[in-house]
Design a protein. Structure first.
Length: 347
Protein backbone atom coordinates (compact mmCIF):
# COMPACT_ATOMS: atom_id res chain seq x y z
CA UNK A 1 0.00 0.00 0.00
CA UNK A 2 2.82 2.40 0.83
CA UNK A 3 4.51 1.55 -2.47
CA UNK A 4 1.30 2.19 -4.39
CA UNK A 5 1.10 5.64 -2.80
CA UNK A 6 4.55 6.41 -4.22
CA UNK A 7 3.22 5.71 -7.73
CA UNK A 8 6.02 3.26 -8.49
CA UNK A 9 5.54 1.01 -11.53
CA UNK A 10 4.47 -2.57 -10.83
CA UNK A 11 7.88 -4.04 -11.70
CA UNK A 12 9.60 -1.67 -9.26
CA UNK A 13 7.15 -2.55 -6.50
CA UNK A 14 7.73 -6.25 -7.16
CA UNK A 15 11.52 -5.89 -7.04
CA UNK A 16 11.28 -3.90 -3.81
CA UNK A 17 9.07 -6.54 -2.19
CA UNK A 18 11.29 -9.42 -3.28
CA UNK A 19 14.35 -7.54 -2.04
CA UNK A 20 12.69 -6.83 1.31
CA UNK A 21 11.96 -10.52 1.91
CA UNK A 22 15.44 -11.54 0.73
CA UNK A 23 16.88 -9.22 3.38
CA UNK A 24 14.53 -10.34 6.15
CA UNK A 25 15.28 -14.06 5.71
CA UNK A 26 19.03 -13.99 6.52
CA UNK A 27 18.64 -11.18 9.07
CA UNK A 28 15.89 -13.08 10.93
CA UNK A 29 17.99 -16.26 10.89
CA UNK A 30 21.07 -14.40 12.18
CA UNK A 31 19.08 -12.75 14.97
CA UNK A 32 17.77 -16.07 16.26
CA UNK A 33 21.14 -17.78 15.89
CA UNK A 34 22.95 -15.10 17.89
CA UNK A 35 20.41 -14.33 20.61
CA UNK A 36 19.11 -17.84 21.23
CA UNK A 37 21.40 -20.51 19.76
CA UNK A 38 24.60 -18.75 20.87
CA UNK A 39 23.69 -16.60 23.88
CA UNK A 40 20.45 -17.68 25.56
CA UNK A 41 21.43 -21.34 25.60
CA UNK A 42 24.89 -20.42 26.88
CA UNK A 43 23.43 -18.60 29.88
CA UNK A 44 20.98 -21.42 30.54
CA UNK A 45 23.95 -23.81 30.63
CA UNK A 46 26.15 -21.44 32.71
CA UNK A 47 28.68 -20.67 29.97
CA UNK A 48 29.56 -17.61 27.92
CA UNK A 49 29.13 -18.84 24.36
CA UNK A 50 31.09 -17.26 21.48
CA UNK A 51 33.01 -14.20 22.68
CA UNK A 52 35.90 -13.64 20.26
CA UNK A 53 34.29 -12.37 17.03
CA UNK A 54 33.07 -8.83 17.76
CA UNK A 55 31.72 -7.39 21.05
CA UNK A 56 30.30 -10.29 23.09
CA UNK A 57 30.61 -12.52 20.05
CA UNK A 58 28.08 -10.46 18.07
CA UNK A 59 29.91 -11.07 14.79
CA UNK A 60 30.11 -14.85 15.27
CA UNK A 61 27.14 -15.51 12.91
CA UNK A 62 28.98 -13.55 10.20
CA UNK A 63 32.12 -15.58 10.87
CA UNK A 64 30.09 -18.79 10.55
CA UNK A 65 28.69 -17.56 7.24
CA UNK A 66 32.16 -16.80 5.88
CA UNK A 67 33.36 -20.22 7.02
CA UNK A 68 30.55 -22.04 5.19
CA UNK A 69 30.92 -20.20 1.90
CA UNK A 70 34.64 -21.10 1.83
CA UNK A 71 33.94 -24.82 2.15
CA UNK A 72 33.82 -27.07 -0.88
CA UNK A 73 30.38 -27.83 -2.33
CA UNK A 74 30.68 -31.61 -2.62
CA UNK A 75 28.51 -33.81 -4.86
CA UNK A 76 28.99 -37.49 -3.92
CA UNK A 77 29.42 -39.88 -6.86
CA UNK A 78 26.06 -41.65 -6.67
CA UNK A 79 23.77 -38.66 -6.12
CA UNK A 80 21.16 -37.32 -8.53
CA UNK A 81 22.98 -34.03 -9.12
CA UNK A 82 20.02 -31.90 -10.16
CA UNK A 83 17.63 -33.04 -7.41
CA UNK A 84 20.42 -33.03 -4.82
CA UNK A 85 21.43 -29.49 -5.74
CA UNK A 86 17.89 -28.11 -5.96
CA UNK A 87 16.57 -29.49 -2.63
CA UNK A 88 17.85 -26.71 -0.31
CA UNK A 89 16.53 -24.04 -2.69
CA UNK A 90 13.05 -25.65 -2.65
CA UNK A 91 13.01 -25.48 1.15
CA UNK A 92 14.30 -21.91 1.16
CA UNK A 93 11.67 -20.86 -1.41
CA UNK A 94 8.96 -22.32 0.84
CA UNK A 95 10.26 -20.12 3.67
CA UNK A 96 10.50 -17.10 1.36
CA UNK A 97 6.81 -17.33 0.40
CA UNK A 98 5.65 -17.44 4.03
CA UNK A 99 7.04 -13.94 4.65
CA UNK A 100 4.96 -12.48 1.82
CA UNK A 101 1.75 -12.28 3.88
CA UNK A 102 2.99 -11.46 7.41
CA UNK A 103 1.92 -7.87 8.26
CA UNK A 104 4.42 -5.73 10.19
CA UNK A 105 2.17 -2.65 10.41
CA UNK A 106 -1.13 -1.16 9.19
CA UNK A 107 0.29 -0.86 5.66
CA UNK A 108 3.65 -2.67 6.03
CA UNK A 109 2.84 -5.97 4.35
CA UNK A 110 4.21 -7.38 1.12
CA UNK A 111 0.83 -8.71 -0.06
CA UNK A 112 -2.36 -8.43 1.98
CA UNK A 113 -4.17 -11.52 0.69
CA UNK A 114 -7.74 -12.23 1.76
CA UNK A 115 -6.65 -15.83 2.31
CA UNK A 116 -3.33 -14.89 3.94
CA UNK A 117 -3.12 -17.56 6.64
CA UNK A 118 -4.28 -20.24 4.20
CA UNK A 119 -1.54 -19.16 1.79
CA UNK A 120 1.14 -19.11 4.52
CA UNK A 121 0.31 -22.60 5.78
CA UNK A 122 0.00 -23.97 2.25
CA UNK A 123 3.39 -22.74 1.06
CA UNK A 124 5.07 -23.79 4.31
CA UNK A 125 3.99 -27.35 3.46
CA UNK A 126 6.15 -27.27 0.33
CA UNK A 127 9.23 -27.77 2.48
CA UNK A 128 8.44 -31.47 2.80
CA UNK A 129 9.07 -31.81 -0.95
CA UNK A 130 12.57 -30.36 -0.54
CA UNK A 131 13.26 -32.67 2.40
CA UNK A 132 12.22 -35.73 0.40
CA UNK A 133 14.30 -34.53 -2.55
CA UNK A 134 17.36 -34.22 -0.31
CA UNK A 135 16.84 -37.60 1.34
CA UNK A 136 16.23 -39.54 -1.87
CA UNK A 137 18.80 -37.83 -4.10
CA UNK A 138 21.67 -38.27 -1.60
CA UNK A 139 21.92 -42.04 -2.30
CA UNK A 140 22.64 -42.56 1.39
CA UNK A 141 20.64 -44.78 3.71
CA UNK A 142 20.87 -42.30 6.60
CA UNK A 143 19.65 -39.50 4.35
CA UNK A 144 16.79 -41.58 2.98
CA UNK A 145 15.66 -42.62 6.47
CA UNK A 146 15.89 -39.04 7.65
CA UNK A 147 13.88 -37.83 4.66
CA UNK A 148 11.15 -40.40 5.25
CA UNK A 149 11.03 -39.62 8.97
CA UNK A 150 10.79 -35.90 8.21
CA UNK A 151 8.00 -36.42 5.67
CA UNK A 152 5.96 -38.50 8.09
CA UNK A 153 6.54 -36.00 10.90
CA UNK A 154 5.75 -32.89 8.85
CA UNK A 155 2.56 -34.39 7.46
CA UNK A 156 1.41 -35.56 10.91
CA UNK A 157 2.02 -32.22 12.64
CA UNK A 158 0.69 -30.03 9.84
CA UNK A 159 -2.81 -31.23 10.78
CA UNK A 160 -2.81 -29.96 14.41
CA UNK A 161 -1.00 -26.81 13.21
CA UNK A 162 -3.78 -26.07 10.71
CA UNK A 163 -6.53 -27.02 13.17
CA UNK A 164 -5.01 -24.73 15.84
CA UNK A 165 -5.40 -21.83 13.44
CA UNK A 166 -9.06 -22.63 12.69
CA UNK A 167 -10.20 -21.40 16.11
CA UNK A 168 -8.56 -18.02 15.50
CA UNK A 169 -10.06 -17.79 12.02
CA UNK A 170 -13.52 -18.53 13.45
CA UNK A 171 -13.19 -15.81 16.07
CA UNK A 172 -11.80 -13.25 13.64
CA UNK A 173 -14.20 -14.18 10.83
CA UNK A 174 -11.42 -13.85 8.25
CA UNK A 175 -8.44 -15.66 6.73
CA UNK A 176 -6.57 -12.38 6.22
CA UNK A 177 -3.71 -11.94 8.68
CA UNK A 178 -4.20 -8.18 8.62
CA UNK A 179 -7.91 -8.54 9.48
CA UNK A 180 -7.04 -11.01 12.23
CA UNK A 181 -4.87 -8.28 13.80
CA UNK A 182 -7.74 -5.76 13.53
CA UNK A 183 -10.13 -8.35 15.00
CA UNK A 184 -7.93 -8.63 18.09
CA UNK A 185 -7.84 -4.84 18.39
CA UNK A 186 -11.66 -4.78 18.59
CA UNK A 187 -12.30 -8.18 20.17
CA UNK A 188 -15.29 -8.52 22.49
CA UNK A 189 -15.45 -10.99 25.38
CA UNK A 190 -19.00 -12.26 25.91
CA UNK A 191 -20.26 -9.18 24.10
CA UNK A 192 -18.12 -6.67 26.04
CA UNK A 193 -15.29 -4.65 24.49
CA UNK A 194 -11.93 -6.04 25.64
CA UNK A 195 -9.83 -3.09 24.34
CA UNK A 196 -7.41 -5.17 22.32
CA UNK A 197 -7.40 -8.55 24.09
CA UNK A 198 -5.15 -10.91 22.09
CA UNK A 199 -6.54 -14.24 20.97
CA UNK A 200 -4.05 -16.11 23.16
CA UNK A 201 -6.53 -15.65 26.03
CA UNK A 202 -9.68 -17.19 24.49
CA UNK A 203 -7.57 -19.49 22.30
CA UNK A 204 -5.02 -20.63 24.86
CA UNK A 205 -5.53 -24.26 23.79
CA UNK A 206 -5.02 -23.35 20.16
CA UNK A 207 -1.91 -21.39 21.09
CA UNK A 208 -0.44 -24.40 22.87
CA UNK A 209 -1.23 -26.62 19.88
CA UNK A 210 0.37 -24.10 17.52
CA UNK A 211 3.63 -23.85 19.50
CA UNK A 212 3.97 -27.63 19.84
CA UNK A 213 3.21 -28.23 16.17
CA UNK A 214 5.60 -25.46 15.11
CA UNK A 215 8.32 -27.14 17.16
CA UNK A 216 7.70 -30.38 15.27
CA UNK A 217 7.55 -28.60 11.89
CA UNK A 218 11.01 -27.17 12.60
CA UNK A 219 12.28 -30.69 13.45
CA UNK A 220 13.73 -29.33 16.68
CA UNK A 221 14.09 -31.21 19.95
CA UNK A 222 12.10 -33.04 21.22
CA UNK A 223 10.97 -33.68 17.63
CA UNK A 224 14.40 -33.89 15.94
CA UNK A 225 14.25 -37.54 14.82
CA UNK A 226 14.81 -36.69 11.11
CA UNK A 227 18.28 -35.26 11.88
CA UNK A 228 19.12 -37.31 14.99
CA UNK A 229 22.94 -37.29 15.06
CA UNK A 230 23.13 -40.34 17.35
CA UNK A 231 21.12 -42.42 14.87
CA UNK A 232 21.23 -40.84 11.39
CA UNK A 233 24.40 -38.67 11.44
CA UNK A 234 22.51 -35.58 10.14
CA UNK A 235 19.55 -37.23 8.44
CA UNK A 236 18.61 -35.83 5.06
CA UNK A 237 21.48 -33.29 5.34
CA UNK A 238 24.22 -35.90 5.83
CA UNK A 239 25.76 -35.57 2.36
CA UNK A 240 25.55 -31.78 2.15
CA UNK A 241 28.44 -29.39 2.67
CA UNK A 242 29.41 -25.78 2.13
CA UNK A 243 26.81 -23.34 0.88
CA UNK A 244 24.05 -25.92 0.42
CA UNK A 245 24.34 -27.05 4.04
CA UNK A 246 24.26 -23.38 5.04
CA UNK A 247 21.02 -22.95 3.07
CA UNK A 248 19.41 -25.78 5.05
CA UNK A 249 20.62 -24.22 8.28
CA UNK A 250 19.43 -20.74 7.30
CA UNK A 251 16.05 -22.06 6.14
CA UNK A 252 15.51 -23.74 9.52
CA UNK A 253 16.06 -20.55 11.50
CA UNK A 254 14.31 -18.32 8.98
CA UNK A 255 11.31 -20.66 9.18
CA UNK A 256 11.42 -20.44 12.99
CA UNK A 257 11.41 -16.64 12.63
CA UNK A 258 8.45 -16.81 10.22
CA UNK A 259 6.42 -19.24 12.35
CA UNK A 260 7.05 -17.09 15.43
CA UNK A 261 5.83 -14.10 13.40
CA UNK A 262 2.68 -15.94 12.35
CA UNK A 263 2.07 -17.11 15.92
CA UNK A 264 2.54 -13.56 17.24
CA UNK A 265 0.12 -12.27 14.60
CA UNK A 266 -2.54 -14.89 15.25
CA UNK A 267 -2.41 -15.08 19.04
CA UNK A 268 -0.55 -12.03 20.41
CA UNK A 269 -2.13 -9.22 18.40
CA UNK A 270 0.65 -8.88 15.81
CA UNK A 271 1.78 -5.29 15.28
CA UNK A 272 -1.16 -3.80 17.22
CA UNK A 273 -0.67 -1.86 20.45
CA UNK A 274 -3.07 0.59 22.19
CA UNK A 275 -3.19 4.02 20.60
CA UNK A 276 -1.48 2.99 17.36
CA UNK A 277 -4.31 4.30 15.18
CA UNK A 278 -3.94 7.82 16.59
CA UNK A 279 -0.28 8.12 15.55
CA UNK A 280 0.57 10.24 12.52
CA UNK A 281 2.04 10.09 9.93
CA UNK A 282 1.23 6.56 8.76
CA UNK A 283 4.85 5.48 8.26
CA UNK A 284 5.48 6.01 11.97
CA UNK A 285 2.69 3.52 12.71
CA UNK A 286 4.41 1.00 10.47
CA UNK A 287 7.80 1.50 12.10
CA UNK A 288 6.42 1.22 15.64
CA UNK A 289 4.18 -1.67 14.62
CA UNK A 290 7.17 -3.50 13.18
CA UNK A 291 9.00 -3.04 16.48
CA UNK A 292 6.01 -4.34 18.46
CA UNK A 293 5.69 -7.39 16.20
CA UNK A 294 9.41 -8.07 16.52
CA UNK A 295 9.22 -7.94 20.33
CA UNK A 296 6.27 -10.36 20.42
CA UNK A 297 7.97 -12.60 17.87
CA UNK A 298 11.13 -12.79 19.98
CA UNK A 299 9.11 -13.78 23.05
CA UNK A 300 7.52 -16.63 21.13
CA UNK A 301 10.88 -17.65 19.61
CA UNK A 302 12.31 -17.75 23.14
CA UNK A 303 9.70 -20.36 24.09
CA UNK A 304 10.53 -22.42 20.99
CA UNK A 305 14.27 -22.47 21.72
CA UNK A 306 13.78 -22.95 25.44
CA UNK A 307 11.84 -26.13 24.72
CA UNK A 308 14.49 -27.18 22.19
CA UNK A 309 17.23 -27.24 24.81
CA UNK A 310 15.15 -28.54 27.70
CA UNK A 311 13.38 -31.75 26.67
CA UNK A 312 14.86 -35.06 25.48
CA UNK A 313 14.11 -36.55 22.08
CA UNK A 314 10.94 -38.60 21.67
CA UNK A 315 10.84 -42.01 20.00
CA UNK A 316 9.33 -42.15 16.51
CA UNK A 317 6.25 -44.07 17.70
CA UNK A 318 5.74 -41.61 20.57
CA UNK A 319 5.91 -38.70 18.12
CA UNK A 320 3.24 -40.13 15.84
CA UNK A 321 1.01 -41.19 18.73
CA UNK A 322 1.26 -37.75 20.29
CA UNK A 323 0.08 -36.10 17.07
CA UNK A 324 -2.74 -38.48 16.10
CA UNK A 325 -4.03 -39.52 19.53
CA UNK A 326 -3.65 -36.31 21.52
CA UNK A 327 -3.06 -33.14 19.53
CA UNK A 328 -5.57 -33.70 16.72
CA UNK A 329 -8.48 -34.74 19.03
CA UNK A 330 -7.76 -31.76 21.31
CA UNK A 331 -7.67 -29.44 18.29
CA UNK A 332 -11.03 -30.73 17.05
CA UNK A 333 -12.51 -30.28 20.52
CA UNK A 334 -11.16 -26.71 20.61
CA UNK A 335 -12.83 -25.97 17.26
CA UNK A 336 -16.13 -27.39 18.53
CA UNK A 337 -16.08 -25.31 21.72
CA UNK A 338 -15.10 -22.17 19.77
CA UNK A 339 -17.98 -22.71 17.35
CA UNK A 340 -20.49 -23.18 20.16
CA UNK A 341 -19.34 -20.01 21.96
CA UNK A 342 -19.27 -18.08 18.68
CA UNK A 343 -22.92 -18.93 18.03
CA UNK A 344 -24.03 -18.52 21.64
CA UNK A 345 -22.59 -15.02 21.98
CA UNK A 346 -23.10 -13.94 18.35
CA UNK A 347 -19.33 -13.52 17.69
Amino acid sequence: MMLAALNLPYWAQTLFRVGAVLVVIPVGALVLVYFYLFKMVSYLQSRLGPMEAGPYGSLQPIAEFVKFIQKEDIFPTAVDRFVFGAAPFVILMSTFLVYVVIPAGPTAVIENLDTGIFFALAVSSLSVIGVLMAGWASANKYSLMGGLRAAGQLIAYELPLFLAVVGVVMQAGSLSLQRIVYAQATFKVFGYNSHGLPFVIPQVVGFGLFVISAQAELTQTPFDMPVAESELVAGYMTEYSGVRFLLFFMAEFATAFALAGIGATLFLGGWYFPGVFHIHPSWVRDVLGGGVLFAKLMVLAFVIFWVRFTFPRLREDQLQAFAWKILIPVALLNITVTGVLKVAFHG
